[in-house]
Design a protein around this ligand. Sequence first.
Ligand SMILES: Cc1cc2nc3c(=O)[nH]c(=O)nc-3n(C[C@H](O)[C@H](O)[C@H](O)COP(=O)(O)O)c2cc1C
Length: 330
Amino acid sequence: MLQIENIKMKNPVVLAPMAGVCNPAFRLIAKEFGSGLVCAEMISDKAILHKNEKSLRMLYVDEREKPLSLQIFGGDKDSLLGAAQVVDEQTNADIIDINMGCPVPKVTKCDAGARWLLDPDKIYEMVAVVARNVQKPVTVKMRTGWDDDHVYVLENAQAVEAAGGKAVSVHGRTRYQMYEGLADWDLLRQVKETVNIPVIGNGDVNTPQDAKRMLDTTGVDGVMIGRAALGNPWMLYRTVKYLEDGTLPDEPTPKEKIDVCMLHMDRLIDLKGEKVAVQEMRKHASWYLKGLRGSGKVRGEINQLERRDDVANTMYRFVEGLNEEAAVGS
Ligand SMILES: Cc1cc2nc3c(=O)[nH]c(=O)nc-3n(C[C@H](O)[C@H](O)[C@H](O)COP(=O)(O)O)c2cc1C
């Protein structure tokens, strides 16, 4: 069972941190669909310390989402520690996660994110100073390396453990790969054999069967799911069930998809107001609609809408159209 210090997850299924996605609206849905642990989107350490209003709002955690891991990123010891202390003292997150995987140049240029993967000594130093000075468990999410010539995941995971980190999540790709190519699960297995803290495996888990295969072949303690859950929290629920008893619940009907999409939108409206939420929901709506016949046109329509009720009417009309087609076809 996945356990990080004294925090016991009810199953090993973890929602990956995803910027622009993992806010309380989606995280709560992921939790309701069974995830053992949900991760929040990354927040800049400096933005927290500068009291940037948007970043401070990102520290909000609903009781119902717990256990929850809140992720910060940064490149400089003082600001990383300062931000970690804010998360430690002023939020009800359970875990403080440090991002060591973000590949985007804007982040790596500031010596943050995946940049650390080149320097196990820096990892040790940074994690140690944070872990020593906060109460909540500190964990790290990393990639396997910077590029094929710099794959230091074993040394880096050992550095996390030696520094007092309580778990490590590993995305089986290098920074150079971004999101392309295959995730290297054998390296996940090697990390698990190398350290004694819990290891959460990540990358290319697209089906519940993939999740089981990752757990079985690598021995990792948890399985982290990112893109496969976008517009598809059923992926989390189906994985939990499959791991529990080998059964695969049915895929959702189009109506069920729209119902959850609207629940997601209504929660986002509560958080951010109608204008921002409707705009942010455009990408989510397109993920919820993915795979439904003829959804391209309705996605285009939704991108023009600005009111919640108009989005709801458009989506439900689309589903009624699908049902009518099915009735004619049968
Ligand atoms: C839209 C998006 C945003 C992401 N944001 C973050 C982030 O804030 N922090 C982080 O550690 N990883 C982030 N990631 C990486 C994911 O957590 C995960 O490692 C990656 O998507 C691989 O897992 P998957 O194959 O299950 O998608 C992001 C990925 C995506 C697709």
